[in-house]
Write a protein that binds this ligand. Structure first.
Ligand code: ATP
Ligand code: MG
Length: 280
């Protein structure tokens, strides 16, 4: 694995302004991410996980509704304050996103092949054979019959296949960083595992970094190199996964680890959580 720092985030902040109402959605967010590394971001709903990742490529409302401060350098190049033309070149090509609901990110009126083809045409205009690139992208995500899936419309595919197609679209342009925001939350447990295994293989094959936003500590434990815990827009704890999960310093982290279900495990009962917190 390369030790080159791909993304250096320092004191990143996101503030929403609506009339006289100011919401500090993220503040003081700092971390480094190296090529091929997986950083998991965990924390309760509304803690600022999504907005901090969206801020990297300007996928938030423009000022004055939303103001992004601090620094995020990708390969040494500052993203905060970059103009729209620059950011749209980064989006997809260097930083790609996949979200929880593939159904909402895929366009229902176009077949899968067309949609992946559009991503290739947009981000890799030098690609001479778009169709071959589409079939390769589908084969990359271990879809057995790429030609058939390319001809399919989103509603003709299962949730797991839709998520594979989304991943194929995100990876078609060979990004350096994949932001995966709750990529398996909407899927069945067995499919969740397949998708996480797929992401793990792709990360190794392509030396691609992954910023993984998840509620699932089972996924964190088996997949992430580092973990970052967010609460109320701030990072309350971060470090190597084994360290944070093995001996969490923060009471909030201990609570999260105790009550979030492992992959395929039922949520533990609150009484168990209280006993565990008392014992720790
Ligand atoms: N477009 C927006 N306008 C105003 N406030 C917003 C906007 N998007 C997010 N927020 C606020 O920013 C804060 C952080 O939201 P964010 O979506 O990052 O949370 P999250 O940690 O991803 O939560 P979840 O686990 O539910 O996805 C929340 O208080 C949210 O209400
Ligand atoms: Mg979110």
């Amino acid at each position: 694995m390369s030790s080159e720092t791909l993304l250096q985030v320092r004191d990143l902040g996101v503030t929403f302004q609506s009339g006289s109402r100011t919401t500090v959605a993220a503040t003081g967010v700092s971390f480094d991410l190296r090529s091929g590394e997986v950083l998991a971001v965990v924390g309760e709903s509304g803690s600022g996980k999504s907005v901090s990742s969206l801020a990297l490529t300007g996928l938030l409302p423009p000022p004055p509704s939303c103001v992004v401060t601090g620094s995020a350098r990708l390969g040494g190049v500052e993203l905060v304050g970059m103009d729209e033309a620059g950011l749209s070149a980064v989006r997809g090509r260097r930083i790609a996103y996949i979200f929880q609901e593939p159904g909402t990110s895929l366009n229902p009126v176009y077949d899968i092949g067309f949609q992946i083809g559009e991503a290739v045409r947009l981000h890799r205009p030098e690609e001479a054979d778009v169709r071959a690139a589409v079939l390769r992208a589908l084969a990359d995500v271990r879809i057995d019959d790429p030609a058939r899936v390319a001809r399919s419309y989103p509603h003709e595919l299962s949730g797991g296949m839709q998520q594979r197609a989304m991943i194929a679209m995100a990876l078609a342009c060979g990004p350096d960083l994949l932001v995966a925001d709750e990529p398996t939350t909407a899927l069945d447990v067995t499919i969740q595992k397949e998708i996480m295994d797929l992401l793990a293989r792709l990360r190794a094959e392509k030396n691609m970094a992954i910023l993984l936003i998840t509620h699932n500590f089972g996924v964190v434990a088996s997949f992430a190199d580092h973990v970052q815990v967010m609460r109320n827009g701030r990072i309350v704890e971060q470090g190597p996964t084994a360290q944070v999960m093995g001996s969490p310093r923060d009471a909030y982290t201990r609570g999260l680890i105790a009550c979030i279900p492992r992959l395929g495990e039922k949520r533990r009962r609150l009484t168990t959580l209280k006993d565990e917190l008392r014992a720790s």
